[in-house]
Design a protein around this ligand. Structure first.
Ligand SMILES: Cc1cc2nc3c(=O)[nH]c(=O)nc-3n(C[C@H](O)[C@H](O)[C@H](O)COP(=O)(O)OP(=O)(O)OC[C@H]3O[C@@H](n4cnc5c(N)ncnc54)[C@H](O)[C@@H]3O)c2cc1C
Length: 412
């Protein structure tokens, strides 16, 4: 076994793991990150960083880089399946926040975090191709090489953080009976299309409802030729789903049928979907909140701790906010890692459990469900006769409180 070490061992160089690594390094707490992928590739499609996450990115000096790579999303717009506008509201700085909302390709976000970690902490602190196979409460983690399967010498650290995503090995070890993620009954297809700006070119659009199809659309990169890389997610209620795999390929014909007549004056949806570069399929899943994350010197962070439905643009943001809480706790009590991990859990477990539950019941897109309930599957004459402005803003404001990005709290 490698000698007793004061390093924090982070399992997983995803969004949460790299952010934690950077924050710990800045705080003077040494760490090492172990990632099972032999190389870091630009995987995934779009991801959102809401103002609470961008506040943390700004503190790491990454706001300008992320803003330049992504899109400063300035408004949320909700439509029914006939393309009629239900509600619009400003986002990010346009809504008066001190930080923007950035919509970005996950690969770009990942690369920015990786570059910063390598530049600041150094390449010798990142171990690629090391797959964690377990961790002990005394801070020892075991690994094997992803490619050959060869077992490596166990590593001892000040603490072990399972930032290893939705299929977390550390979580499975802590909760062996838990089973697979829970399927919501909604399947998702995601992709990116190069397309001229839609609405104001910085709009986060949600249209339709699951019973037919719901689509979420937002730009994630300016392409320089007057077009943008535009992320889309189609969500349809269906009993069928595959096991979650971030790389599962799909065909547009698998899911386009309910949207074939969606020719809106602001977008021809079928043409937009058919022009897609890529289509991936994932089930909408989450897991029940856990009673504990921290066991001795081992804890969980990000999707490993609280996988949630992607209905509030919050998965990456909550992992980033976890990283801040854990880095602060470890920096405040470096010689007492067990109590630092417990303090982190106290700060974040209840808050994230609330987001998981709210994403199941009342995320922002519930606006679409509420209007559907009131109009049935029909166009409306005047939205004000269906739902009041106050009701609409009450729904989105309630979500901001749960997710932790209401303006006054963030400013404080
Ligand atoms: C390939 C991929 C594509 C994604 N695409 C999208 C997307 O398009 N849109 C979106 O909203 N979200 C996407 N996500 C999820 C998103 O990154 C997370 O929901 C969110 O950012 C929280 O991040 P996280 O660090 O907790 O988990 P993740 O970002 O999922 O990172 C977990 C990391 O742990 C590594 N890992 C897993 N098991 C082990 C192990 N045993 N040993 C060592 N390392 C391990 C994984 O390879 C990964 O790098 C994707 C995640 C992955 C892994």
């Amino acid at each position: 076994m490698a000698g007793h070490s004061q390093d924090v061992l982070i399992i997983g160089a995803g969004i949460g793991g790299l952010t934690l690594g950077l924050m710990l390094h800045r705080a003077g707490v040494p760490c090492r990150i172990y990632e099972m992928a032999p190389e870091i590739k630009p995987l995934g499609v779009g991801i959102n960083l809401l103002p609470h996450a961008m506040k943390e990115m700004a503190a790491l000096g990454l706001e300008d880089t992320l803003a330049a790579r992504g899109v400063l999303t300035s408004e949320a717009a909700f439509f029914n399946r006939f393309g009629q506008l239900i509600h619009k509201e400003p986002l990010g700085r346009d809504a008066g926040y001190g930080w923007p909302q950035v919509s970005i390709h996950r690969g770009d976000l990942h690369q920015v975090l990786l570059d910063a970690f390598l530049a600041e902490a150094g390449a010798e602190r990142l171990f690629l191709g090391w797959q964690c196979i377990g961790a002990e409460e005394n801070g020892v983690a075991r690994f094997r090489r992803t490619v050959s399967g060869e077992e490596l010498a166990p590593q001892r650290g000040r603490a072990v953080v399972g930032a290893d995503g939705i299929h977390s090995v550390i979580r499975k070890q802590l909760y062996p009976g838990e089973g697979e993620p829970i399927y919501s009954g909604i399947n998702m297809w995601r992709g990116v299309t190069r397309w001229p700006p839609i609405l104001n070119g910085a709009s986060m659009i949600r249209a339709g409802w699951f019973t037919h199809a719901k689509i979420v659309i937002y730009p994630i990169r300016h392409d320089g030729d007057g077009r943008q890389l535009v992320n889309w997610v189609v969500e349809i209620a269906t009993p069928r789903h595959e096991r979650w795999n971030w790389a599962l390929q799909a065909k547009v014909d698998d899911f386009i049928k309910p949207m074939l007549d969606w020719h809106f004056d602001w977008l021809d949806v079928p043409a937009f979907l058919r022009a897609s570069d890529v289509a991936l399929e994932y089930p909408m899943v989450d897991k029940d909140p856990l009673p504990r994350w921290s066991f001795g010197r081992v804890t969980l962070l990000g999707d490993a701790a609280h996988p949630m439905y992607p209905r509030g643009s919050n998965g990456a943001g909550q992992a980033i906010v976890d990283a801040r809480a854990l880095a602060d706790s470890l920096a405040a009590a470096p010689d007492h890692p067990e109590s630092a991990l417990k303090a982190y859990e106290d700060a974040r477990l209840g808050a994230t459990a609330n987001v998981v539950r709210t994403n199941r019941t009342t995320p922002p897109d519930i606006i679409l469900g509420e209007v559907f309930k009131r109009t049935g599957d029909k166009p409306f004459a005047r939205i004000d006769d269906v739902i009041t402005r106050d009701e609409l803003t009450a729904i989105t404001d309630a979500y901001k409180r749960v997710a932790g990005y209401e303006k006054d709290k963030l400013r404080r």
